[in-house]
Design a protein. Structure first.
Length: 278
């Protein structure tokens, strides 16, 4: 095995969550994206920024045929949400390469926004995503009981499902999400020595319900821990899940890539270029 993701060009990978717009990539963004493709990343979902930069992922989706966009008001920034931000999101959701509304959710770890405000902003966005016909990307940290209760009450009936991004919950919580039509996405933290609980969850879930991501530039996987994370490193997530699932890394990559395409109604054209089905 090589020392970096570029030693596995045969992998077919999708990074289902990356903040490629962030300033951490300003110095080498083009090279970073080239490294991702060299590592086998065939598609990437770029996540829009905070209020004031909600459209930040769209230019990448417009410039690169293998990148798609999402946007939403993160629970950290819920206290900043205004009607103008909701209006902007409603317009963004009409873009042909806008796949999902998010990341949205609840975060009780940092309390950057009060819990009641987080809940109100989440509820508003659930209704907007339903009207727009878009699935959602959920950020949930130390808020699983409340988050799942809200989703089961107000989102399940939409039939649109979504993604539990950077999953950090239990097997039961993952299964409750799957019952609502969610995919469970594992990030670089699943590679950490102390994350055996997450690997055990990944071992038990149906393979067709799993995605992989980097959450770049955060949560670099174990071989690169302490460095800036980047989409090429999603190969390490596939490598970590491979023995957990009794599969080869390329099988994990291919399965999770197919899950992503299937969920969003994307069809492969030539192995790199993907386009939405009509």
């Amino acid at each position: 095995m090589g020392n970096g993701p570029s030693s596995l060009p045969q992998l077919e990978l999708v990074d289902s969550h990356a903040d490629v717009d962030m300033s951490e990539f300003d110095a080498d963004r083009s090279d970073m994206l080239a490294r991702a493709q060299a590592a086998g990343v065939r598609q990437l979902l770029a996540i829009g920024g905070a209020p004031g930069a909600l459209a930040s992922a769209v230019p990448f989706a417009e410039q690169y045929d293998w990148i798609y966009a999402a946007a939403g008001i993160h629970p950290h920034e819920a206290k900043l949400a205004t009607q103008a931000h909701y209006d902007e999101l409603a317009d963004l959701a009409k873009h042909p390469k806008f796949l999902a509304w998010g990341e949205i959710g609840l975060d009780y770890h940092y309390h950057h926004s009060p819990r009641d405000v987080q809940e109100r902003v989440l509820m508003e966005q659930l209704e907007m995503a339903r009207r727009a016909g878009r699935p959602i990307i959920i950020h949930c940290r130390e808020a699983w009981p409340d988050c799942l209760t809200l989703l089961e009450k107000y989102w399940r009936s939409s039939g649109l499902g979504g993604i539990f991004h950077c999953f950090s919950g239990t097997l039961d919580q993952a299964r409750r999400g799957i019952e609502m039509g969610f995919l469970i996405s594992f990030a670089g933290n699943v590679t950490y020595p102390k994350a055996q609980n997450l690997r055990e969850v990944a071992a038990e879930l149906p393979l067709e319900s799993i995605l992989i991501e980097t959450d770049s530039p955060f949560l670099a996987p174990q071989p690169f821990r302490g460095r800036r994370n980047e989409p090429a490193f999603v190969a390490e997530v596939a490598r970590t899940l491979a023995p957990v699932r009794n599969l080869a890394p390329h099988e994990v990559g291919a399965a999770t890539a197919a899950n992503f395409r299937g969920f969003f109604g994307l069809s492969e054209i030539d192995g790199r270029r993907l386009q939405m089905r009509s």
